[in-house]
Design a protein around this ligand. Structure first.
Ligand code: ATP
Ligand code: MG
Length: 293
């Protein structure tokens, strides 16, 4: 089991004791936050550090990092993934987006499709949406459960608690096997979501991102917030913490996400693997041999 979870970043972290409250989680940055230009510059610097750290993570090869992003529409999942991970060697990082499940995926247990997409050790895996949808959109729309053909009673309190328990056990198991999981809830306000939807509709190059379905989902806002609250309370743990990141300012949100990832990579005590003695003790001789060849 990995040590050092207590060294992970604490800012915006969802407590592990089940006392998280969505109503108390800010969507706006704190009042003393730097201006956008300063935040953007800071992110650029962190991008460089993340590049170096990921290089080392790859060479070290003992730890995987799984980043899970969940949010209401237009909170900025895609652009956060793009800007925070920009500069990282694509060979060491893979982003997977989870949409409505296919027939084949529905015929399996709810962790199956995500399990197949987990990052190998030495790399970063990013889930743009995840198995958490099974406790969010599916809970808001329990009629989706009918497609899953599950045995036994569904959509009861006990049923959802079982899903949380399955997720907790699964994440614990992953942690014990070398995967550190950081989960980000990008917490956008209802008002800001509306503004972003309107901006999407006004900008021809962004209209494709808008679906009339997005307006329908907005009507379920309170139910979504209740489901997020329950999911975050039940599944924030030291080895797989949730971070509730204020998302009404994108520059602030991105810096917070980037700092949290940087800290996590730093806690891994990454090191370059030992060099083979046949190489380490004969560097000059090997160079001389190459020069002759
Ligand atoms: P954007 O922010 O650009 O709209 P997106 O992630 O919302 O990106 P979409 O194609 O709009 O992508 O939506 C994917 C949809 O798939 C979401 O509405 C999400 O709730 C749904 N979805 C994801 N996982 C599941 C699941 N397990 N069961 C049912 N629906 C799911
Ligand atoms: Mg969408």
């Amino acid at each position: 089991m990995r040590e050092g979870y207590d060294k992970l970043r604490k800012k915006h972290r969802v407590p592990f004791d089940g006392h998280f409250s969505v109503a108390d989680a800010p969507t706006a940055p704190p009042p003393d936050t730097d201006d956008d230009a300063t935040l953007k510059k800071r992110l650029r610097r962190i991008n460089q550090e993340l590049y170096e750290l990921q290089r080392l993570q790859y060479a070290d090869g003992r730890h995987a990092l799984l980043l899970v992003f969940q949010a209401m529409d237009a909170a900025g999942k895609d652009s956060t993934i793009r800007t925070v991970l920009r500069g990282i060697n694509p060979a060491g990082c893979r982003v997977v987006s989870f949409k409505q499940p296919s027939r084949e995926e529905l015929a399996h247990d709810f962790l199956w499709r995500c399990n197949a997409a987990l990052p190998p050790r030495g790399t970063i895996g990013v889930f743009n949406r995840s198995y958490y949808e099974e406790t969010l959109v599916v809970r808001v729309h329990p009629e989706y459960l009918a497609h899953q053909n599950l045995p036994g009673k569904t959509n009861t309190d006990a049923f959802w608690e079982k899903r949380f328990e399955a997720i907790r056990n699964y994440e614990r198991y992953l942690a014990d096997n070398g995967t550190l999981i950081l989960k980000f809830w990008l917490n956008v306000s209802r008002e800001e979501q509306k503004n972003r939807f309107i901006a999407r509709l006004r900008e021809p190059r962004k209209q494709w991102k808008f679906s009339p379905h997005d307006i329908a989902e907005r009507q379920h806002w309170d139910k979504y917030m209740h489901c997020y609250e329950e999911a975050l309370r039940a599944t924030s743990r030291p080895w797989a913490p949730w971070y509730a990141i204020p998302a009404d300012s994108k520059p602030y949100m991105r810096v917070q996400v980037a700092k949290t990832i940087r800290k996590a990579l730093k806690t891994m005590n990454l090191r370059y693997p030992p060099v083979d003695a046949a190489v380490a003790e004969n560097v000059d001789a090997l160079i001389a041999e190459l020069e002759r060849s």
